[in-house]
Design a protein around this ligand. Sequence first.
Ligand code: ATP
Ligand code: MG
Length: 735
Amino acid sequence: MRDATDRGHFLRQIVADDVANGRHVRIVTRFPPEPNGYLHIGHCKSICLNFGLASEFGGVTNLRMDDTNPLKEDEEYVEGIAEDVAWLGFSWAGSFHASDYFEQMYLWAEHLVVAGHAYVCHQTEEEMRAGRGTVTVHGTSSPFRNRPASESLDLLRRMRAGEFPDGAATLRARADMASPNMKMRDPPLYRIRHARHHRTGDTWCVYPMYDYAHPLSDAIEGVTHSVCTLEFENNRELYDWVIAHCPVPHKPRQYEFARLSLQSTMMSKRRLLNLVQEGLVTGWDDPRMPTIAGLRRRGVRANALREFAERVGVARAANLVSMDLLDTAIREDLEPFARRGLAVLRPLPIEVVNWPENEVQAFETPWGPEGFDNGSRTIPFGRQVFIEREDFQAEPEEGFRRLAPGRTVRLRHAFVITCTDVLYDEAGNVSGLRATADLSSRGAPAKASATLHWVCAARAVRLQTRLFERLFSVDRPDAEPDFRTVLNPKSRTDIEAWAEPALLSLAPGDHVQLERLGFFFCDPTDSRTGAPVLNRVTTLRDSFPKSVVRAPPPPASAPIVAVKAKAPDPLAQPWLDRGVGDEEGRVLAHDPNLAALFEEAFATFADAQSLGAFLVHHARSALKDGVLLNTHRVGTIAKRLAQNVINGRGADVLLRSEGDVDADIDALNLRIITDEGALWAFVLASFAAFPDKEAALRSGKTGLQGFFVGDVMKRSDGRAHAATVSRLMIQLISR
Ligand code: ATP
Ligand code: MG
């Protein structure tokens, strides 16, 4: 085997130098997934790299859930991630969550404010984006940039206390509005999100941004080398800024490497989640998925994935890795130990005319592979056998070496046979063959043009198999406007095969090579005792039809650049120029129906940003559900949402109702409650329900305000006006 491993890659060199120079007593790395989905094979590369680097130099690696966005994260994913990392064969020194450090991070935020390095800003997202300038134009400072530190500190505390609704304020770094690096132009460090977090519950309503939370988490854990993918290269300056301006106990450093992109699949958890949620695959562990769970279910072993990661190597140049590289690693892993068995997918019957009728003999045969003791089984042989339909050609084309009229082939582990007759059905298709067997040829050398797999028709058992091909029919599905349009319709074929009877003894989790068909894995979930379901892990060579792959191979000199999740989309630019948000612009650019709706509704509500957001986040799903939308109503609903008359849930209800919007708002009880009397009642009810917490709040535990605001939101079905609730609550407890 070619040694394609990249032992001397640049990161290993950096760590080796740091160790040699005594820069660190102990190497500490971390693997920091966001628990918003299951891990994929790209993560596998990062896991192998982080754990591999540390263990090679006697260090340790932490597993850290980067759980700073309460809206997307889930405990299910946390467990799935830990399971996958352990299954890959790595043990972490500590298992942490970024949310473990929320309190510390918040204290450092106050520190930044006091030191004049951060301020509370009330610009909207849109204003901030506009103020950030462009690559060629300096940013414009926020009007709040120079407010006194004491004022910012007070506001930050009130943000934490839940006094402001989402989006009303952010904490921004006071970095450098003229920096050539756009990331340094006073980036947000904290934002308000009145959302329940899967671990911290309702304790917080301000959440740190990735660029703030990540370096601090690294610093708290004493991480020495914080390794991430290249799209964070521009964030490094901010990473260093945060480390330099907070009184941290350790000074970690960030290094980047190229993320793994694999041919004909996608690596974005967000898009993989789309596949799962839209039912385009059977789940995160669908064997066609590039997830660790999917690959495991398919029958790939951890050893093959680690080997694959090693061979892919570590570099800073992005490229698209061929699926063959993965298939090769899988084959090489299974080859030395997987048993061999015989099964036929599409049978063509042969009558062996010199074999007695009704006689079946059984041949004791080792399971193999050669040199590996897997015990043995008996293979029955009778007068009727099945071979694979495609192993016979009545008029053999050039280069076809298998069975044809008059030809002699070997039946694996049995005799050589010579085809004497071809039988046809009424439609003129080959329906069977006759052959004679050389009964002295079993186990003896004999001249044959090929060796075929076969089964004894009288004793064959049925075996469920699942054959997988690539999930997508192009090399880079994530470069398509919509990856759904390039799903490979033949990515899974279920075939009930005819098999030698011994294969019924396969147990869930067993591997077997069905000779000439590929390596198979006995599905751990769907198999039953005596009824195995076999997933094809990989064929024995690359036999995927080449015609399936549409994109031409890249020229050797120009590696395909990995597609970043946030690559600019030129089609979206006109939308962005009109003031529509990034994400929304991207959607509108590729959805003509939605774009048309935008133009019509714009006549009613000419706020491009709010209208775009409304269409993408609310109207789109209504359209998908087949709701007929009246454009004037759409504009009005978007306007009422922007005016805070209704909330998002109310908007969804209205989209599906029919009358006059304003009349419906009241008829359906959707109006956001701003009436103080009504809100008082909610606040008092909430206090009455949690007397201990109320007492704690009154005695100064201001963090509980967020909890109570959240509780009032629940009680009011999300209709309470959060900022007013906060204000009333403060009035109440300060009396
Ligand atoms: P995705 O876009 O799939 O959600 P992500 O980068 O947002 O990926 P995280 O959970 O934040 O996912 O990633 C955890 C770690 O894995 C990060 O350090 C990230 O750089 C790394 N990683 C993610 N995708 C890849 C990849 N394709 N190749 C190598 N490393 C990756
Ligand atoms: Mg992510």
